[in-house]
Design a protein around this ligand. Structure first.
Ligand code: CP
Length: 337
């Protein structure tokens, strides 16, 4: 894959060597993400951060990653504050905003919308989530986290056993992660969901044709007993026809310390793309897991900045210049490498 000037829209664009290139660049971004050094390599560049659907970490982590490389960020959040509510098309919006920006990140509730937008953009576009379709940068940061967590145990991604739990039908992060895992060898995936919220058949087939061993289960205890990673997801309420319909599935696959102790192998890593739904009727990942050292959810969010910095550096072709435009920081810094 030639990253320079590329849109990042789907995991389908990536081969294994491309993923490993992103991870190697992300590793090199660590001193900047940890504020040991600053770089101004993207000084003068502008990120258009266009989020037409709710987001905390993706939006802010794209923005922080761009700032950490020395660039500026301009944002639109929500339909109501954009001209889309006046009937402007996504393509016209792209023609306008790509005149103001050097790269654009976008989230939108419609599957395929970010690719539609990118087709009219004069600058690279990154998909921050298009409806229930894909969330490619989340999958990259998830796999980067898995790689680090496994390395700490002397393991590789090849041979990994993962349980994906929850709303696998509408959860775009698991759609992208399933495709990404398919690039690796001897992967076993257990899909644990209500029958109505199973992973779309085309993605299951994608994994099986790539050699992934896929098992489907509807019982949490069956699914989490023999895996390295438990990847929990939220019921994607915003994709259902009504809150009442989403309520039918909420809280069905709760994980807490007692369940973890009873059913998981010691040191099973717990992941979640976040946000976790902590309301009482959901509580999919209980706060009593927060002191469990195998809970990797906040390491995932930290890693998201590294991976997004890497993607910006690759797409804007400054990987080899980052250190040249760097200096040590002057302020007090409590972060540890
Ligand atoms: N993981 C994720 O996409 O989170 P946000 O919705 O907060 O961006």
């Amino acid at each position: 894959m030639n990253f320079t000037g590329a849109h990042i829209l789907s995991i389908n664009q990536f081969q294994r060597q491309d993923v490993e290139r992103v991870f190697a660049v992300a590793d090199a971004m660590q001193p900047y993400a940890l504020r040991k050094k600053v770089t101004r390599v993207l000084e003068g560049a502008i990120l258009g951060n266009m989020f037409f659907e709710a987001s905390t970490r993706t939006r802010v982590s794209f923005g922080s990653a761009f700032n950490l490389l020395g660039g500026e960020v301009r944002e639109t959040a929500g339909f109501e504050s954009s001209a889309l509510v006046k009937g402007e098309s996504l393509q016209d919006t792209a023609r306008v905003l790509s005149g103001f920006s050097d790269v654009i990140c976008m989230r939108h509730p419609q599957p395929g919308s970010v690719a539609d937008f990118a087709s009219a953009s004069r600058v690279p576009v990154m998909n921050g989530g298009d409806g229930a379709n894909e969330h490619p940068t989340q999958a990259l940061l998830d796999l980067y986290t898995i790689r680090k967590e496994m390395a700490d145990k002397g393991r590789d991604i090849d041979g990994l056993r993962v349980a994906m739990i929850g709303d696998l039908r509408y959860g775009r992060t698991v759609h992208s992660l399933s495709k990404l895992l398919s690039l690796y060898k001897n992967i076993q995936v257990v899909l644990v969901s209500p029958i109505e919220l199973t992973l779309p058949e085309d993605i299951v087939e994608h994994m099986r044709s790539a050699g992934v061993k896929v098992t489907i289960s509807h019982e949490l205890a069956d699914g989490i007993g023999d895996v390295d990673i438990v990847y929990s997801t939220r019921i994607q309420e915003e994709r259902f026809a009504s809150k009442e319909e989403a309520d039918l599935y909420r809280g069905k696959f709760r994980l807490n310390q007692a369940i973890y102790t009873e059913f998981c192998q010691p040191n099973t890593v717990i992941m979640h793309p976040l946000p976790r739904d902590s309301r009482a009727d959901a509580n999919e990942l209980d706060v009593d897991l927060d002191t469990n050292p195998n809970l990797a959810i906040f390491r995932q969010t930290d890693n998201g900045v590294l991976v997004r910095m890497a993607l910006f550096a690759l797409v804007l072709d400054v990987v080899d210049l980052v250190d040249q435009y760097s200096q040590d920081v002057r302020w007090y810094n409590s972060r540890q490498i």
